[in-house]
Design a protein around this ligand. Structure first.
Ligand code: NAI
Length: 335
């Protein structure tokens, strides 16, 4: 009998990519569109493995229920694992694996796209020209060359982003408890966050969401920032206190905001809600600002990344089936 994997939160592109790369006859893939929640957890019945994504809920209650259904492995098809209660998984003897790095380039390049769009207003220019409005008024940007960019978190993505910025001739300041020689070799100094905030023209977040980093961007830290800063978050929504950022945008302290992630995105992103009434007043307010760019968690979304996500996830599962060491395991100790 093949081992079954129930996939939650799947889109057509996930199914296509996993089916293209799946060649192991010992596995049966079952694709669900539903998010993993208290209401949908029973869909995993009959499977040994669940495969989940960024907005699936894996709290203690759901993990207990998965355990009662005999789930032995949670395979995250993403890098971040802030949505998993690792303590509960360990207590239930459920292993957790992830895809630590599928394409740091995908997210780093999307971060640059957000900066470029906010700065040079190409989204507005596109619409204007289509309406035969060839005026440049209101489209004034600035050179990125020699601007100071703060990069918080120089892991896989942050480092690639530093390389891109280096190529553009920016002054880069890094902040990370782990100093990377490869980043320092580019002449990039590591500075404490308190030194970084007042110097940056642009600040980009590339650290994970955890108890230490939740609401890293709040009223106090915004107060320390240079007036007119561009703030970019392609990491996790919970890094930002959105209400504080809205205040910063209203006062003009924050001149540009680019977010690919949003704290309450689980109820919104990856769905077409265009025919529905938007009940989230916070994102509705954000959408009214002319200097705010929101994308719906698409940083990872390149052909290369999708292939790598499928290949690594399937290999994580193979290691589990073959009883090998799970090289991409996350546990409460290493998480
Ligand atoms: P990584 O684990 O390679 O790097 C994270 C870095 O952040 C590490 O160097 C770590 O030391 C550092 N860090 C931890 N706490 C910190 C703190 N308090 N201050 C400063 N630095 C801190 O992770 P990777 O692959 O670079 O991804 C970064 C984040 O990007 C992920 O955690 C995930 O949330 C997000 N992401 C977003 C995607 C998207 O589609 N928008 C796709 C993939 C990841």
């Amino acid at each position: 009998m093949p081992m079954k994997i129930t996939f939650f939160s799947t889109q057509p592109y996930d199914r296509e990519s996993f089916l293209k790369h799946q060649a192991d006859s010992r596995l049966e893939l079952i694709f669900m569109e539903e998010k993993l929640t208290e209401y949908t957890v029973s869909l995993a019945r009959g499977s040994e493995i669940v495969c989940v994504f960024v907005n699936d809920t894996l709290n203690e209650n759901i993990i207990r229920q998965l355990s009662q259904l005999n789930i032995q492995l949670i395979a995250l098809r993403c890098a971040g694992f802030n949505n998993v209660d690792l303590k509960a998984a360990q207590a239930c003897n459920i292993k957790v694996v992830r895809v630590p790095a599928y394409s740091p380039h995908a997210v780093a390049e999307h971060t640059l796209a957000m900066i470029m769009t906010l700065n040079r207003k190409t989204h507005k220019a596109y619409n204007r020209v289509r309406e035969q409005n060839f005026s440049l008024n209101g489209l004034l940007g600035f050179d990125l060359y020699k601007k100071t960019v703060g990069v918080i978190g120089t892991g896989h993505i942050g480092e690639v982003f530093c390389r891109i910025l280096h190529g553009l001739g920016c002054n880069i300041l890094a902040c990370d408890p782990i100093k990377k020689p490869t980043v320092e070799a580019m002449g990039i100094p590591y500075v404490p966050m308190s030194e970084l905030f007042p110097q940056c023209d642009i600040l980009s977040l590339h650290c994970p969401l955890n108890e230490e980093t939740r609401y890293l961007i709040n009223n106090e830290t915004i107060a320390q920032m240079k007036a007119g800063i561009m703030l970019i978050n392609t990491s996790r929504g919970g890094l930002i206190d959105t209400k504080a950022v809205i205040t910063g945008l209203k006062t003009g302290k924050i001149s540009y905001l680019g977010i690919d992630v949003y704290e309450q995105e689980a109820d919104l992103f990856f769905q077409n809600l265009s025919e529905q009434i938007l009940h989230d007043d916070t994102i509705a307010r954000l959408m009214t600002f002319p200097n705010v760019l929101i994308t719906a968690h698409q940083g990872f979304f390149t052909q290369e990344a999708l292939s790598q996500i499928a290949l690594t996830t399937l290999d994580n599962v193979r290691q589990f089936i073959d009883g090998e060491v799970l090289i991409n395991a996350v546990s409460k100790d290493n998480g």
